[in-house]
Design a binder for this molecule. Structure first.
Ligand SMILES: Cc1cc2nc3c(=O)[nH]c(=O)nc-3n(C[C@H](O)[C@H](O)[C@H](O)COP(=O)(O)OP(=O)(O)OC[C@H]3O[C@@H](n4cnc5c(N)ncnc54)[C@H](O)[C@@H]3O)c2cc1C
Ligand code: FES
Length: 245
């Protein structure tokens, strides 16, 4: 979904998100969080943002009913972004399912800031072929893309962390960016810790406010002095080694 907008939203960085209010009587009081999937430009100028969403319940179904010309009430950009450094030359992007939403924006950003010199290796996993999103966009950026599906309908039939771990052992990357289901992130966290790698992961959690006021989004931190972190204001991007996931 493309949203025409102005102001700070146009300066959003990969990893940040918005909270969207979806009008449906009194049914949907809480805003829903969505990652920024890209910045839309026209003649080189930023004009709007893109979202990529999966219908899983009432809010996302309501979002799917919006049509061109409708307006949407959003707050953002919220949260932090991925750390991007020109010193990272060997980068892995690991995505599971709809987790690709912030990672395609990230890949485009890396392409822009490095002038295409850095080509992250992309690992895309999904339950089936229909869950493999943005493959073409990554290929169009000239990035090597490895895909896997749980049911074998596309790519190898295995978890994306299987070929990714092999690749990590052969040629360890300087930075790994990941987003996807918690089970995938837990597996990545274990491998990152075993090989002493650096990984930033965008975490999903239930959010009511998006601004640090409700405690709905907290996750356990490894730091004993700071037991919990708010996904909405400390994240959603974290060094995976800082969290107990
Ligand atoms: C920072 C952040 C960024 C996100 N970015 C995207 C995105 O770019 N695209 C996208 O499709 N989704 C994204 N999500 C998840 C999205 O917010 C939820 O899918 C959405 O809020 C569900 O609303 P609903 O009313 O349709 O479903 P509900 O009726 O609220 O719930 C339906 C089902 O989805 C599960 N669910 C609800 N919220 C979440 C959540 N936050 N994480 C995991 N499961 C959830 C519920 O447990 C339930 O099983 C993001 C979440 C966070 C925290
Ligand atoms: S969503 Fe309310 S504190 Fe994070």
């Amino acid at each position: 979904m493309g949203l025409s907008c102005e102001g700070t939203l146009l300066r959003a960085v990969p990893g940040q998100f918005i909270m969207v209010r979806l009008k449906a009587g009194n049914d949907l009081l809480l805003r829903r969080p969505f990652s920024i999937h890209g910045i839309v430009t026209s003649r080189g100028n930023p004009r709007g943002i893109e979202l990529l969403y999966k219908v899983v319940g009432k809010g996302t179904f309501r979002l799917s009913e919006y049509r061109e010309g409708d307006s949407l009430d959003v707050i953002g950009p919220l949260g932090n972004g991925f750390t991007i450094s020109e010193s990272y030359e060997r980068i892995h992007i690991v995505s599971g399912g709809i987790g690709v939403a912030p990672l395609r924006f990230l890949a485009m950003h890396i392409e822009r800031v490095t002038g295409g010199k850095v080509k992250p290796q992309v690992f895309l996993g999904g339950r089936s072929d229909a869950d493999l999103l943005c493959t073409k966009e990554f290929i169009d950026l000239g990035l090597p893309v490895q895909i896997t599906t749980d049911d074998g309908s596309s790519g190898d039939q295995c978890l994306i962390t299987d070929p990714w771990e092999v690749s990590v052992s052969v040629n360890p990357p300087q930075m790994i960016y990941a987003c996807g289901p918690m089970s995938m992130l837990q597996c990545i966290g274990g491998i990152v810790s075993k090989h002493g790698l650096l990984c930033e992961a965008s975490i999903e959690s239930a959010m009511a406010c998006g601004i640090g006021a409700c405690l709905g989004c907290v996750v356990r931190a490894k730091d004993i002095n700071e037991q919990y972190k708010h996904v909405c204001i400390d994240g959603p991007v974290f060094n995976i080694q800082d969290l107990k996931i």
